[in-house]
Design a protein around this ligand. Sequence first.
Ligand code: KIV
Length: 272
Amino acid sequence: MSTQTSEYKRITTKTVLAMKQKGEKLAMLTAYDFITARLLDDAGIEIILVGDSVANVVQGLETTIPVTLDEMIYHTKVVRRAVKRAMLLADMPFMSYQVDVKEAVRNCGRMLKESGAEAVKMEGGSRMIPLIEQLVDIGIPVMGHLGLTPQSIYKFGTYEVRAKESAEAKQLVNDAIALDKAGVFGIVLEKIPDTLAAKVTKSVSCSTIGIGAGAFCDGQVLVTNDMLGMNEQFRPRFVRKYANLSEEMRTAFQSYIADVKLAKFPSKKESY
Ligand code: KIV
């Protein structure tokens, strides 16, 4: 199995499919701003997701429910300016695609036309099939999202692991197969048992991208702010912290404040 992805000049749906066929793991992270997106793209990430998690990590909201389509388009547009190689994937926010197929198609079209996203992601199982078929037919690539779907948090009542019981697990496998047949190029599997994620991965031709779904998915996704250790309040076990930025930022802010107060900043060299 190769860990090299540099052979791919630009990541497209075709690349994602080829990577699954070759057994190459795919890495996806979120971005909501220009600088982060540029760093991710330079680092060689395959997919940059402008997630509706912008609600939690940027807007300070408890759920993703309030995010608007205009806000998602705004953040995706900002990220677009930085991304040269990665695929740019945008989340469709709650109620931008659930009312009816016609309105949903129009909103997904707006997302692509106005933000520069190359694909959209939406939560939900078999009931999404008519919409997904139309979008794929029109030429709008779709990634599905099953398991813990945060836009349904009021239905679930908790952010705990989904599909531990056999009925829900069976439904999830059926939903994944239906999404795959409808033409999605990938499915995010969020917070489900790893054995179930492995079963889904074997049952579909599209890529499975896990978050809290174990090691057997075709790829992995995390919220960038979480894996950088920026959010001290959010510590689920599926988030590996690759940095401790909250501590580094706090120390930097305190040093700056102290330097200003003691007239140690700016120095002569930092002045004109
Ligand atoms: O909104 C988001 O960031 C997501 C990921 C957690 C997959 O949907």
